[in-house]
Design a protein around this ligand. Sequence first.
Ligand code: AGP
Length: 606
Amino acid sequence: MCGIIGYTGSEDVREVLLDALELLEYRGYDSAGIAVRDKESGNTQVFKCAGRVSDLRAICATERVLCGCGIGHTRWATHGGVNDSNAHPHQVGKVTLVHNGIIENYRELITDYDLAGDLKSETDSEVVAALLNRFYEGDPAEAIKKTVAKLKGTFALVVLFADQGDTIFSTRNVSPIVATSCKEGAMLASDLTALCRFTNRYFVVPEYHILTLTADKLTLTDFDGHEVEPEYLTADWELNSAGKGGYPFYMEKEIMEQPEAIENTIANRVKSGMPDFSLDGVPDSLFTDCERISIIACGTAMHAGLVAQALVKSILHMHIEVEMASEFMYSDPVIDEKTLVIAVSQSGETIDTLEAVKYAKRRGAKCLSVINVKGSSIARESDYVLYTNAGPEIAVASTKAYTTQLAVFYLIVARMAHSRGVFTTEETQSFIRELQRTPEVMKKVLERRRDIHVVAKKVLAAKDLFMIGRGLDYSILLEGSLKLKEVSYIHSEAYASGELKHGPIALITQDTPVVAAVTQEKLMSKELSNIKEVKSRGADVVIFMKESIAESIEGEYEVFKLPDMQDEFMVMPASVALQLLAYYVSSDKGYDVDKPRNLAKVVTVE
Ligand code: AGP
């Protein structure tokens, strides 16, 4: 969702801001804007519009002045429609501001402080600018503190005051801000991607602090005015690994990167053939002292949790629930000090997951998170973190984050099974050996991606589509179906194939293609019966099937053979195949695969 950049320094400010906004495009947005301070006149000029950063670039090209600092924003509309005046930055009196988050009490603030006359947009953000301007009497920190004291909700605020030279001010609650200083100046952003061009050293601005940036100095103070030393982190992402690397879309690049991403995720976590979390500082007591597991996540990350649930049930025979983070707090969950909560998130910023983690911790649970972005809010809120090491994931549709989350879950299940005495050492090592085969097996699917492109052409014209399977196959298809609908806009539903007869089979006709997964040997005959049922009602069927069992139906159906792994691991090759299916449908339809309509990569509003 919304992206923020702020920069003061020696480089061409406009270019730095516009380039950074392009890097933030992946978060999802519908409008963009920048404000720059003219060095000669001291005026702050605002350029903003609904549309793409490229549209903003065109507007900015009309007038060029020498600037010392500036702030920028990509907006994903929440309060007020998509139009130029609702785009950020907002300027009221001496204040120019960009905001991420939601101000819940903005209506009360308008009434209480009689701000209506100051407002030109329908946004909650402009109300903050108006309030700041109302409180500003020459002392930025005082005005910020007074304003923040009145706000209810989440916010990352970045502000220029007309009479404060080339200085940028920022504060936040929940919504993240990262910052850094380097030889080119000082900068802040909503996430690290925007800073990567300059440095991989950064810190997360703590909540309710004030960050002050000038070209040669960065100061962090708490609300009592005490200076605080920033806690710098180093991102281990290659600075240029966020590029497309010759692929037309990030999604394809990220699908292709999966074998390496899996290797990076498991490499330092296997010692003498055994799963080992000593470098992550995760103790075995976390796995032995719990009585139940609760996995909290959204979207694709939640689907990774569903695979983990199947493994935990069949291998550990433990009580486990997978909760949609957005429903979690309102469902009176059974959570106590005997519950191990595992939060899963690529970004580490999904607000529903973050709030659910806070809630679970208040109830006494220990929280382990599986996260891709280092130092993100959920990682900081958790007791323990296992990073997925997938590298930057830019495409809105999550691919390598999902399979690396699965890899972490296989490690967790193996470690847990061994520490709880369910697996012997030999059984654990054999399980891990199979996990280590994953990159090679995935490569085999990727090498045959042209065949999946051919399969994709068969569903291109579909308006509605079903994906069917049982057990682990059903879990895989929930993710495959989400992938297809988000990038291709085909209405796709994943169904447990045994459930079809209880209703949805009424929708099967010759116009509803069916994609089936058959990777679990013990379920094969039942799955094939369900496939026959839809075929005999006219549906075109494509089956993704484990190679060694596919012979039995040779010639009868359109089959893509998935290279063999043990059944518990077939999720890996099957997921890659389904990701490619979604990718080819979307690109063949000519869609912007990386930026599907209405979607945001980082979902920071509830
Ligand atoms: C995946 O393709 C999605 N776009 C989405 O479901 C995503 O997985 C979800 O929003 C959770 O994000 P997170 O992993 O960053 O928490």
